[in-house]
Design a protein around this ligand. Structure first.
Ligand code: C2O
Ligand code: CU
Ligand code: CU
Length: 495
């Protein structure tokens, strides 16, 4: 049965791909209505790292952020220097950053200018199910939708948005649709004077003309992509190739890093110095952790402090070190090579001493596990969760509002699967029985080959249907996903 379903989904994907490929071709040769010729270049090589623009707030009401956001075809360089047909949010790749504060009321007037259905998923945000942009609520070509939600208190951190249509997420993201979300805390414990950088890490594979090379699912490469997840040989930061970040000797910078890659896992390091890892998916930790390198699976985020420990005139680079997430049969040949992502250029020494950093940043209250309503086991195998592929008309897990649950996620195969739950952030209890060394809020956990991870989650709000899935986009699009339904509490019996 799952096998059959998989085949059906595969051929459906193929039909859609063929349809889109032909319509994209038609549009490319048509006048510039659908593929505007203007547009900002996504990348400028060997240049200073530029930040994506911030979405303009058109509201004058305090505590309200109201923005216009469209997804549409654009002519721009996904591969720096090669203008091609792409998809973009408001004409740029990455899309503009949505910057909000805890407690803000957010209104996003979304317009789908794409020649196909899409959604916007606000990855990691705790908001009502109708606003989640899941595949259950597609927005047709040419249609509009207002996403309206409130940013919960205590959720300051780095998030991101991306399309989440049925079967087409990988394609639409490879074409350029992704953007960052920054939720700010009015009482951020880190000094406001730390220079802040946003790094959106993506990878892509290109044809000689600079258009994304998306393999035919029936080709050998297509089969490898479906297994491994599509990895590109070109690594980009904010759409730029090997950009430069300037730093002063003695200065400390705060970096927010988002991995929007379809499948690539980064192991970030600046060789020769340690990093202060201060936060992940759901914001800051209780205390900074000093580390040599940090693993960042696809769709995860992290915050780190980079200290300018070298003299003026020196250089360093942010690298991704080898990390073996692969099945041995489809592991790429060059997997064990470190790659440069960007370089750090030391300019003159800082005249001011770097502000003191707090040793304790905030309290991450542990989820109370004294009353756990359900213990569940989720088995991840290749392309399947508990032996099944996604069915939009099936509910895989039923729970109720207010429930605390422990999910034991078991990976029984020989490659990593980053597991993601929509709508609710969880806390990691242990991995293969080893207690997690620090507490944090997560919405993705990379479950390594043959590893078992236990997480605890509380469904404190927002009944409805929520996706959980592997965030390797090729796996997700082929149905490595399920549905959690949270029902309102049973009405109390009157006595
Ligand atoms: Cu970023 Cu359903 O995912
Ligand atoms: Cu999500
Ligand atoms: Cu997977």
């Amino acid at each position: 049965m799952p096998r059959q379903l998989r085949v059906v989904r595969k051929s459906l994907g193929l039909t859609l791909l063929t349809l889109l490929a032909s319509s994209a071709f038609l549009r490319a040769s048509a006048p510039a209505r659908h593929w505007p010729s203007a547009g900002r270049f996504a990348g400028v090589s060997a240049d200073t790292l530029t930040m994506p623009v911030v979405l303009k707030n058109i509201s004058t009401v305090p505590g309200t952020v109201e923005v216009n956001l469209s997804a549409g075809p654009a002519r721009l360089a996904l591969l720096p220097g090669h203008v091609t047909n792409a998809y973009a949010y408001n004409g740029s790749v990455p899309g503009p950053t949505l910057e909000v504060h805890e407690g803000d009321h957010v209104i996003i007037h979304f317009h789908n200018d794409l020649p196909e259905p899409t959604t916007i998923h606000w990855h990691g945000l705790h908001i009502p199910a109708a606003m989640d942009g899941s595949p259950l609520r597609p927005i047709g070509a040419g249609k509009r939708y207002d996403y309206v939600f409130t940013i919960p208190r205590g959720s300051a951190g780095t998030y991101w948005y991306h399309p989440h249509p049925d079967v087409r997420t990988g394609y639409q993201m490879a074409m350029g649709l992704f953007g960052a979300i920054i939720v700010r805390d009015p009482k951020d414990p880190l000094p406001a004077s730390l220079p802040e950088k946003l790094l959106v890490l993506s990878d892509n594979r290109f044809k000689p003309d600079g258009s994304p090379d998306i393999s035919d699912p029936n080709s050998t490469q297509g089969e490898i992509d479906q297994e491994n997840g599509r990895e590109g040989n070109v690594l980009l930061v904010n759409g730029q190739l090997s950009p430069v970040i300037n730093i002063r000797s003695g200065e400390t910078q705060r970096w927010r890093v988002i991995n929007v890659s379809a499948a690539r896992i980064y192991r970030l390091a600046i060789p020769g110095q340690t990093l202060l890892h201060v936060g992940d998916d759901g914001g800051l930790f209780e205390r900074p952790r000093e580390v040599n390198d940090i693993l960042l699976a696809n769709s995860e985020r992290l915050e780190l402090l980079v200290r300018g420990t070298r003299p003026p005139g020196s250089r360093a680079s942010l690298q991704t070190l080898p990390y073996d997430r692969y099945d041995p049969h489809t592991r790429p040949e060059s997997w064990d090579v470190a790659r440069d992502l960007l370089s750090l250029r030391y300019v003159d020494a800082s005249s001011q001493p770097s502000p003191a950093l707090p040793s304790r940043m905030r309290t991450v209250v542990p989820i109370d596990t004294t009353h756990v309503l359900h213990h569940r086991v989720l088995v991840l195998s290749q392309g399947l969760i508990n032996g099944r592929t996604m069915d939009m008309n099936r509910v895989d897990i039923r729970s109720r509002l207010g429930a605390t649950e422990i999910w034991q996620i078991e990976n029984v195969v020989t490659m990593d699967h980053p597991f993601h739950l929509h709508g609710f952030q969880f806390q990691i209890l242990d991995r293969d029985g080893v207690p997690e060394p620090y507490r944090s809020w997560k919405d993705v956990v990379n479950v390594r080959k043959h590893q078992t991870v236990r997480v605890v989650v509380r469904f404190d709000d927002f009944p409805g249907k929520w996706m959980f899935h592997c965030h390797i986009l090729d796996h997700e699009d082929h149905g490595m996903m399920g549905i959690l339904e949270i029902q309102p509490p049973r009405p109390r019996r009157k006595s």
